[in-house]
Design a protein around this ligand. Sequence first.
Ligand SMILES: Cc1cc2nc3c(=O)[nH]c(=O)nc-3n(C[C@H](O)[C@H](O)[C@H](O)COP(=O)(O)OP(=O)(O)OC[C@H]3O[C@@H](n4cnc5c(N)ncnc54)[C@H](O)[C@@H]3O)c2cc1C
Length: 432
Amino acid sequence: MSTPSKSLRIAIVGGGLGGLMAALCVHSFCDPTAIKIDVYEQASEYKEIGAGVSLGRNTLRVIKQIGLYEQTYAMAGKTKIWLSARRYDTGEEIVRIKADGDEPSHLPVHRAEFLALLVRTIKERAAATLHPNKKCLAIEEIDDAIVLNFADGAMATAGLVIAADGIHSRIRQHYHNDDAQFGEMVVYRGLVPTDAIKDWWPLDTYTPIWIGPGRYFIVYPVSDGSLLNIGAFIATDGKSLENKTESWTLRGDRFDLEKDYADFDPTVNRLIQHLDEKPLKWILYDRPLCDKWVFANGKVALLGDAAHAMVPHQGAGVGQAIEDGYILGQCLRDYLNDPSTHTLEDWLTNVYQSVRLPRAQRVQTTSRENGNNLHAQSNTFKNPMSEERLKQNLQDRMQWIWADDIDDMYNNARKSMLPGGADNASCKDSLV
Ligand SMILES: Cc1cc2nc3c(=O)[nH]c(=O)nc-3n(C[C@H](O)[C@H](O)[C@H](O)COP(=O)(O)OP(=O)(O)OC[C@H]3O[C@@H](n4cnc5c(N)ncnc54)[C@H](O)[C@@H]3O)c2cc1C
């Protein structure tokens, strides 16, 4: 690494999975004497509401690059789990979706456990200073810096603000005049202890998804296999929802869920009996595509849901946020190594945004489409042709998300900035 001739103070707003992974990636790639990272999180402690999150193979490669794969694999119970799409009524398998070769296609983890790993690692590596209880209300551009104003009256200054403040990002609002869009579905979520069902649960090594008219039901193990994460999705036009505001703490009623899933495979109904009487009930939202992520002459960049909030039908939102941090970290390294040739704005626009935006937007768009696949139209199972079409639709749809080489994308964009520049190390190494 050449001696850096510039240093950069970086403020990451939002300490969710996207913001914390960005801190770790930037710290891993950049000379620590050239950067100072502060993470500002509105909550009083770092915690995640909700249950499981599935990390695709693309995400796992980044996690491996920053040295956290073994811990993540252990958290997921060191089990290789395949996706298995099934008929809602008989439970018969429609298609099994494996990754190429022997690698896991995804690892399911408990969100809170994964977040705790990131917080611990940031502290152990002294990668960033974490500031809880710091809700950012506004930012202003003053001379060469961005000034951040917080709800408690405090202020901070940074040369680069990374907006990782989620789907309702204040910083995005500063530059884009759009609203979150209703995702036409609700999801009931909950956790069931595996001990309670081990005598009859038949699908240990699968993430089964029962696909039915207007509904789908997904299950995967988390917490080293000690809990099953349940997601019960129901399509709705929203008219029956009293309050269409998004909330991650809203609770539904298990009895409504039982009625909604009464015609599903008995395995599904047995699982529902083990959910809390008032399971979490989330209304799904995403954001319209936005074509600009870099502002204030390169002093502000959007990341994660702030840039590309998507509905969760491909389990890919966290993965896309993590890819953002991975590419951003490399851009900052290359900029700081030679800040005289190109500006920070050049790097962020021509490399970070140009590599990440088209891919993230494709995942956003296809996530909406997959919602339709996963709640099959009511006549799908009456017609063998429609069932075959559904199978084809599901079979390969995740492969490009899991397998596209984001290092190649980075290297190509980087070469256009630094003619003759050497390639980076690849994160295409095998995971196993
Ligand atoms: C039902 C459901 C299931 C999902 N399942 C998966 C899955 O299996 N796999 C997957 O990859 N993705 C999944 N996702 C998507 C995933 O949860 C999101 O894409 C991901 O959480 C985005 O991370 P983020 O860090 O960008 O935003 P967030 O996780 O929303 O984090 C934003 C952080 O910023 C903080 N913040 C907000 N405003 C401010 C402010 N003004 N000042 C300071 N801090 C602020 C928040 O408190 C929060 O900590 C799912 C989503 C849903 C709804």
